[in-house]
Ligand binder design. Structure first.
Ligand SMILES: Cc1ncc(COP(=O)(O)O)c(C=O)c1O
Length: 381
């Protein structure tokens, strides 16, 4: 089946109880048992819920995984992945991840005796140099948030297979429409479904998709034990969003490419970080492992004042945290999404105070181009 056929049908068969074509919102916490020790496959809604189950089946199909698990946020999903580890284990992670991921690793999981090396995973040799006997997991975000660095997923798989490490990819920026890490040999994909997968900025959620049955079993156990599940209403919303994921991503990608080209040529803009630009250091890998370049663009405007003028000058792009919705959003990573990352680490990765990040929506391109020009014009020359 093609991607959009799966997006509309996989896991979303008509409801067996009523024939409802749209998966119903099973807003229940428990299920009547037919007799002692016998139920209809559903016992308690933290463990299993038909609306969530439909979403999990849909996500497994789209990412090409064996099983999928839906969570109350992207961070809940990442937290649950880390429950595969124990005290003494070591993790190698992309240095430039979403700021909340960094915060979770450093300020929560380090307390439990898990250690981390943060490296530039776009340079695979840095992963090799960070390997230790106790390394258990490699965690990559690609493209990274917000610097848009590209990690060669197949090269990471080679290292992880040699050393029997769990490979985890945060695929939030691409969605399974544009990148499928499991098909390239990764073990686990995580998502903030809050972003492109739901796509309408009306639900916070997360997901884990696993390729190996042993990981699926342990993640399922952790999901039920820790309990950070996605509720039925949000599961319904994400299912609804998924139905248009293919068409939305095509439009996001087309708008993203066009705006990145405009910005790259603009005299008021410094560096533009977008993997579709031929001079992006990860461009060739992006062409190989992605089916498009997506809608996330970072641009360096030279100073905090310039970034402020630009962001305040926009009218269609809304100044807000988050990304991946149908509406265009803009943010200032240093003071918003990545404020949790220490300033010296931000500087090291190029995340300057003059950096702005755009999540390009699916509005009419001409309006978005005009808006970006308006923002740039608001900067003092
Ligand atoms: C790449 C990435 N991963 C994970 C998260 C966390 O997801 P959530 O906000 O749904 O907890 C985010 C949030 O911005 C993100 O951008």
């Amino acid at each position: 089946m093609g991607f959009s056929t799966d997006a509309i049908h996989a896991g979303q068969e008509p409801d067996p109880a009523t024939g409802a074509v749209s998966v119903p919102i099973y807003q229940t916490s428990t299920y009547a048992q037919t007799e002692l020790g016998r139920d209809k496959g559903f016992d308690y809604a933290r463990s299993i819920n038909p609306t969530r189950l439909a979403l999990e089946r849909s996500l497994a199909a789209l990412e090409g995984g064996k099983s999928a698990f839906a969570f109350s946020s992207g961070m809940a999903a990442i937290t649950t992945v880390m429950m595969l580890l124990k005290a003494g284990d070591h993790v190698i992670s992309s240095a430039n991840t979403y700021g909340g991921t960094y915060r979770l690793f450093v300020h929560i999981f380090q307390q439990f005796g898990i250690s981390f090396s943060f490296v530039d995973t776009s340079r695979t040799e840095q992963i090799r140099h960070a390997l230790r006997p106790e390394t258990r997991l490699v965690y990559v975000e690609t493209p990274t948030n917000p610097m848009m660095e590209i990690t060669d997923l197949e090269a990471v798989v080679v290292i992880c297979r040699e050393r029997n490490l769990i490979s985890v990819c945060d695929n939030t920026f691409m969605s399974p429409f544009l990148q499928r890490p499991l098909a390239l040999g990764f073990d686990i994909v995580v998502h903030s479904t809050t972003k492109f997968i739901n796509g309408h900025s009306d639900s916070v959620g997360g997901a884990i998709i696993t390729a190996r049955p042993e990981h699926g079993e342990r993640i399922g156990f952790a999901q039920n034990s820790a309990g950070a599940i996605l509720g039925p209403m949000d599961s319904f919303l994400v299912l609804r969003g998924i139905k248009t994921l293919g068409v939305r991503m095509q439009r996001h990608d087309a708008n993203g490419r066009a705006l990145a080209a405009l910005l790259a040529d603009h005299p008021r803009v410094g560096q533009v970080y977008y993997p579709g630009l031929p001079d992006h250091p990860g461009h060739e890998i992006a062409v190989r492992q992605m089916d498009g370049f997506g809608a996330m663009i970072a641009l360096d405007l030279g100073s905090l004042e310039a970034a402020r003028a630009f962001l305040n000058g926009l009218r269609i792009f809304t100044l807000a945290e988050s990304l991946g919705g149908v509406e265009s959003l803009a943010c200032h990573p240093a003071s918003m999404t990545h404020a949790a990352v220490p300033q010296e680490d931000r500087q090291r990765m190029g995340l300057t105070d003059g950096l702005a990040r755009l999540s390009v929506g699916i509005e009419d391109l001409e309006d978005l181009e005009e808006d970006v020009e308006r923002g740039l014009a608001a900067m003092k020359s």
